[in-house]
Design a binder for this molecule. Structure first.
Ligand SMILES: C[S@@+](CC[C@H](N)C(=O)[O-])C[C@H]1O[C@@H](n2cnc3c(N)ncnc32)[C@H](O)[C@@H]1O
Length: 292
């Protein structure tokens, strides 16, 4: 069996209407994807849409007549024109297997692996963090997460207390714990991230030394290493607060910062930390420093 897939590239204000038109005309499923070439990473306060353009895709049974269907969609959108469209025929596949095959173990540094639970790395010396793609950010596939994981892999973590601020899936805290840290806090504004982080800590058998908290629940801690992979503007805003959470001589690791934003973020933290030159990889950068 094959499927007829019609994608309409819509402006933010048209997405609901286009989705409805596809559903009413027989789409069995409608999915939304970012359709802009560059994602909007830090929207301004008056902009409430993350995507400048959305690809709205309807899946129809493969024997639907393409010409008739397009004419019906055009009529349903009138008097507005049909948004730019793309029509594809998709063969039926084993979607679950296909999805799983997209996630393979990833290595960071010499010995740290982030592995889906169906594909652990058991090699001698490998430190394997089991993490399945889920509802919170942080599978290791984003370069800024990778920059933090590489830092942790190379750091001396034995006996250290890690604070993972903006923990998402808990990936950084859990990696730090499996690499030898004594304990870790994970902090996130997103309640789902806290739930996911706790579940991931259990799956990795470090739940007894991991605490996930909302920012307002975090006690006054003095971390040995604070790692925060958020975005440049929130990092700048958080700088006075994060500075209070690191012990003197403690380490700071910041990511989620574009290479073009490193000066701004380094300057914000320079009051409390001796900042190192940025480490750039493509358009992303990692900033590190030591608490004065
Ligand atoms: C880019 S994700 C990073 C997730 C994970 N630490 C990683 O490295 O892949 C950023 C996370 O920070 C959280 N976040 C954003 N602003 C925050 C804030 N002001 N305080 C705490 N967490 C925040 C988001 O909810 C999100 O889970």
């Amino acid at each position: 069996m094959s499927w007829l897939q019609i994608t309409l590239v819509s402006a933010p204000q048209d997405v609901s209407r286009v989705s409805r038109v596809l559903s009413k005309n027989g789409a069995l499923a409608v999915t939304l994807r970012d359709g802009a070439p560059k994602p909007r990473l830090e929207p301004l306060p008056d902009i409430n849409s993350l995507w400048r353009q959305t690809e709205v895709t309807g899946m129809f049974v493969g024997d639907a007549d393409e010409g008739t269907l397009m004419a019906r969609l055009r009529a349903a959108m009138a008097p507005d024109p049909l948004p730019p469209s793309r029509v594809e025929y998709v063969e039926n596949r084993n979607w679950e297997r296909e999805w799983m095959s997209r996630f393979a173990p990833m290595r960071f540094g010499e010995r740290l692996w982030i592995c889906p639970s169906w594909s652990p790395v058991l090699a001698a010396g490998a430190v394997c963090v089991l993490l399945d793609p889920g509802l919170a950010f942080g599978t290791g596939s984003h370069p800024s997460t990778g920059l933090c994981l590489e830092y942790l892999e190379a750091a001396k973590l034995e006996g250290k207390k890690i604070l993972d601020y903006g923990c998402g899936s808990g990936i950084l805290a859990i990696a730090g714990l499996k690499l030898g840290a004594a304990s870790a806090w994970g902090v996130d504004t997103d309640a789902q991230a806290l739930v996911t982080s706790r579940e991931n800590a259990e799956k990795n058998e470090v739940a007894d030394i991991f605490t996930a908290l909302a920012p307002e629940e975090l006690p006054t801690v003095q971390a040995d290493i604070l790692v925060a992979n958020i975005l440049a503007n929130p990092l700048v805003e958080l700088s006075p607060h994060l500075a209070t959470l690191v012990r003197p001589e403690g380490e700071l690791v910041l990511a989620g910062v574009l290479s073009s934003q490193t000066d701004m973020v380094s300057e914000a933290y320079g009051e409390w930390f001796e900042m190192d030159p940025p480490f750039n990889r493509g358009e992303w950068a990692r900033l590190t420093g030591r608490r004065k």
